[in-house]
Design a protein around this ligand. Structure first.
Ligand SMILES: Nc1nc2c(ncn2[C@@H]2O[C@H](COP(=O)(O)OP(=O)(O)O)[C@@H](O)[C@H]2O)c(=O)[nH]1
Ligand SMILES: [Mg+2]
Length: 214
């Protein structure tokens, strides 16, 4: 919140009302599908060609505005390597959204999607919202998975579908805006409502989790 020298803290809070909802998004998928690149593109707005495998998991934040509310996406970027798969269940706990990512130029990353979906179904909260994400659409000419096929898979499993490019940024904002639209309004925490103390408790809880993990 913007600080001002001559206003009391209470007044400042009232003068800049804001609804902020913090939601956890977990990216899963095989190594090299672009999980880190997508998180980087969305939160920082750029792309790095340099390949740097993620170790374990890290999280990054970005707040977006959707209608009259603000949504803080906390994106957990997990490593896709087999040896780190055992960590994924821990990250899926408390997640609101799971992004199941595959690389449109690499068939085996799509073939791994059912396994990742099983992980999510098994370990995430029952109300998790899952989106199948086809990444690297800038490499359309090397596409090995037909988009219609992927869409059908998503429909059959009752999950959403988005085709994006972390490299060009195409559809990346759209992907997260669509997640925001799926958030039910009743779970929005209003800083100025009588639930103020509940919000602080929730934040404290998340912080404890964050710091214990790190
Ligand atoms: N052409 C293209 N390359 C991408 C895209 N997203 C990621 N990459 C590249 O794919 C490789 C793996 O990306 P990374 O984000 O590290 O994948 P992760 O292992 O799933 O986190 C890197 O060389 C990226 O530069 C994309 O949308 N288009
Ligand atoms: Mg990575």
């Amino acid at each position: 919140m913007k600080k001002s020298n001559n206003l009391s803290g209470k007044y400042q809070e009232i003068s800049s009302p804001t609804n902020v909802q913090k939601v956890k998004v977990v990216t899963v998928g095989d190594i090299s599908v672009g999980k880190s690149s997508l998180a980087l593109r969305f939160t920082k707005g750029y792309f790095e060609e340099l390949y740097k495998p993620t170790v374990g998991a890290v999280f990054v934040f970005k707040t977006i505005t959707e209608g009259n509310r603000k949504i803080l996406f906390q994106i957990w970027d997990t490593a896709g390597q087999e040896r780190f798969k055992s960590l994924v269940p821990m990250y899926l706990r408390d997640a609101k959204f799971a992004l199941l990512i595959y690389d449109i130029t690499d068939r085996k990353t799509f073939e791994a999607i059912p396994t990742w979906l099983n992980y999510v179904t098994r370990y995430a909260p029952p109300d998790i919202q899952v989106t199948l994400v086809a990444n690297k659409i800038d490499l359309q000419e090397y596409q090995t998975i037909d988009t219609r096929f992927a869409k059908t898979f998503a429909e059959e499993h009752n999950i959403s579908f988005e085709a994006v490019s972390a490299k060009t940024g195409e559809n990346v904002e759209k992907l997260f805006n669509n997640l925001a639209k799926k958030l039910p309004p009743e779970v929005i925490v209003n800083k100025h409502s009588a639930n103020h103390s509940i919000k602080l408790t929730d934040e404290k809880k998340s912080l404890t989790k964050c710091c214990r993990i790190r």
